[in-house]
Design a protein around this ligand. Structure first.
Ligand code: PMP
Length: 351
């Protein structure tokens, strides 16, 4: 009768909703508004389903090799998983095994504290400064590991490589994970720091800039030693994490660099235009380097705007949480979608 005392109870992460309405404008989960590379659709159409009888390559060799070539690292420095959430969950399990707390910003990806609680990892949050930047000195206290996104989410702000390096250099006894989910929208990856630091793990995803959230592909790049430990844990957990279609289509997405640059370039151009328009409407926001803008209005509460947009089937993300409960995170969609959003806001805010 008392079996519940043995249950690992957790408070799960709450993802943005996935409504499926005709003509809706979905700007709430930072997906890409453009389709994946054209070669991906061709592969999907010509998929040899007989191959699905067999287990996929548990080492995801072709995808690891394609990523290694693209990022100019050794294949032994690449780890692939089922979305970066899977990669990050593995990395927490593998690298955060100290009695000392791990450190991450107070305003950040809200999955970090969920994984910490799931694995019983102690953690401490470090407050972003008043301009929502990371204070590197906060990360010079005893810790069992460090993680932050760069650019950060949901603020959209990018820290200079020198700030990231200062944090890594001050923590030779910890593993520092830099979550670069949004780095492809004009940001600068800290991958070059791998030449100097073997305690750095860089995590990226195909979900945003490569328009493949539905396939679930994420990856980590780090020293051979770190990747070796990550693989040991993965192969102690589930060898066949990545399905065959994802492995095949992922390679194609990496190969079509021209399409990748074209779509990310379009999103950046739309973002910069939307920034100007939102400013004219009385919004303020940190200068985003991502595919979203984290905006507050000068007079109308964020929750009110969020509800009004929802009634129009325009979905953005809102959190009723301390410090950020007057902000909306608006994903950058196509120009047409953003124009519809802006024209609604123009009318709504003029009332
Ligand atoms: N890191 C950050 C900062 C994110 O916002 C997200 C998206 N929710 C992820 C990682 C995970 O993305 P995915 O699992 O789709 O790669």
């Amino acid at each position: 009768m008392n079996w519940e005392k043995n249950v690992r109870r957790v408070v799960p992460y709450v993802a943005g909703e996935q409504p499926n309405k005709k003509n809706m404008i979905k700007l709430n989960t930072n997906e890409c508004p453009y389709p994946p590379a054209p070669g991906v659709a061709k592969l999907a159409a010509g998929m040899n389903c007989d191959a699905l009888r067999l287990y996929p390559d548990s080492n995801t060799t072709p995808l690891v090799n394609a990523l290694a070539e693209y990022y100019q690292v050794s294949p032994r420095q690449v780890f692939v998983g089922v979305g970066s959430d899977d990669v990050l969950a593995m990395a927490f399990l593998t690298f955060f095994n100290s009695d000392k707390p791990i450190l991450f910003p107070d305003i950040t990806y809200s999955f970090y504290d969920v994984w910490a609680d799931l694995y019983r990892i102690p953690y401490k949050t470090c407050a972003l400064d008043e301009n929502w930047h990371i204070r590197p000195e906060d990360y010079k206290q005893p810790n069992g590991g460090i993680i932050f996104p760069n650019p950060n989410a949901p603020t959209g702000l990018m820290e200079d490589m020198s700030v990231v390096e200062e944090i890594i250099a001050s923590n030779p006894d910890s593993i520092v994970i830099v979550d670069e989910a949004y780095v492809d929208f004009g940001g600068k990856s800290v991958l070059p720091l791998l030449e100097k630091y073997d305690n750095l793990l860089v995590v990226q995803t195909f979900s945003k800039s490569r328009a493949m959230a539905g396939l679930r592909i994420g990856f980590a790049i780090g020293s051979e030693k770190l990747i070796g430990y990550l693989n040991d844990v993965k192969f102690s957990f589930n060898s066949y994490t990545m399905n065959l279609p994802a492995q095949i289509m992922g390679v194609e997405a990496v190969r079509d660099d021209a399409y990748f640059k074209e779509t990310t370039g379009k999103i950046v151009a739309t973002r910069e235009r939307v920034k100007k328009e939102l400013k004219k409407l009385g919004f303020t926001f940190p200068d985003s380097m991502t595919n979203f803008i984290f905006a507050s209005h000068e007079s109308v509460p964020a929750e009110e705007i969020y509800q009004a947009l929802r009634r129009e089937d325009i979905y953005v993300r809102y959190w009723n949480k301390p410090r950020i409960n007057n902000c909306l995170r608006i994903t950058i969609g196509t120009d047409e979608q953003m124009d519809r959003l802006l024209s609604f806001l123009r009318e709504y805010l003029s009332k």
